[in-house]
Write a new protein. Structure first.
Length: 232
């Protein structure tokens, strides 16, 4: 909708007699109303849309039932939010896009625990390509944390599967040209996670042969690479 602004003192007059200026038109008010409409709907449903992160925590606790319940809540509201952005794609940027990345991340982790494979993008059609890739990249961090727990239990095969998955993801992502955008910074974290998994396997082989105990804190560190918080 195009809105005309009119001076409080009346119509503008042309410097040439008998010629009036056309009123200026603005789209800012209309855009503002659309943003207000979106956020008035998003904010009340923010918890539902961001339940994916809680679902990931539940999966780490081996509480799959709770994880599926939380993902179900997210899946009820996400399509409604996405629909509001179809005519105004810019509304998807920010909080909603981040929520969709977390949703893809949670779905990847849940799918991996069931199948030991990477979730195909076709299984999450509501997310865009970059949101799916962002979720896959963050998923490698969850695999690293999951592998640490398995390493303390000396489940070597499980740790190796995690390492192999992250290595395969890294090999695919390296073919993309991310330039210097957010996904480029995220990709750096994949290399970090792979290195930590390789170190974990090495340490695990040492302690297995020596009979020592592997401490979780020896392999759990915060990556220096930028994560989702850097983008917000």
């Amino acid at each position: 909708m195009r809105c005309a602004r009119r001076s409080s003192s009346g119509p503008e007059r042309s410097s040439r007699p008998g010629v009036a200026h056309k009123p200026a038109t603005y789209t800012g008010d209309a855009i503002g109303r659309k943003h207000l409409l979106f956020h008035s709907f998003f904010v009340p449903h923010d918890d539902d849309a961001t339940n994916s992160k809680q679902a990931i925590f539940a999966l780490h606790r081996s509480d799959k039932a709770e994880a599926l319940k939380l993902l179900g809540s997210a899946e009820k509201v996400i399509p409604e939010l996405v629909t509001l952005t179809e005519k105004n794609p810019s509304l998807r940027d920010g909080a909603l896009s981040s929520s969709l990345e977390e949703y893809a991340e949670a779905k990847c982790f849940c799918y991996y625990l069931d199948t030991k494979c990477l979730l195909p993008r076709r299984d999450v059609p509501i997310v865009l390509k970059n949101e799916y890739l962002g979720g896959v990249i963050d998923f490698t961090g969850e695999l690293m944390r999951y592998a640490v727990v398995k390493a303390t239990a000396r489940e070597v095969d499980e740790v190796k599967r995690c390492k192999d998955m992250v290595e395969a993801i890294s090999g695919e992502l390296i073919q993309f040209d991310f330039r210097n955008g957010p996904l480029r910074r995220k990709f750096d974290s994949v290399k970090y996670n792979l290195r930590k998994l390789e170190n974990t396997l090495y340490e695990l082989s040492l302690v297995t042969n020596s009979g020592l105990t592997l401490q979780a804190h020896s392999v759990q560190e915060t990556p220096a690479a930028s994560t989702r918080e850097d983008e917000e």
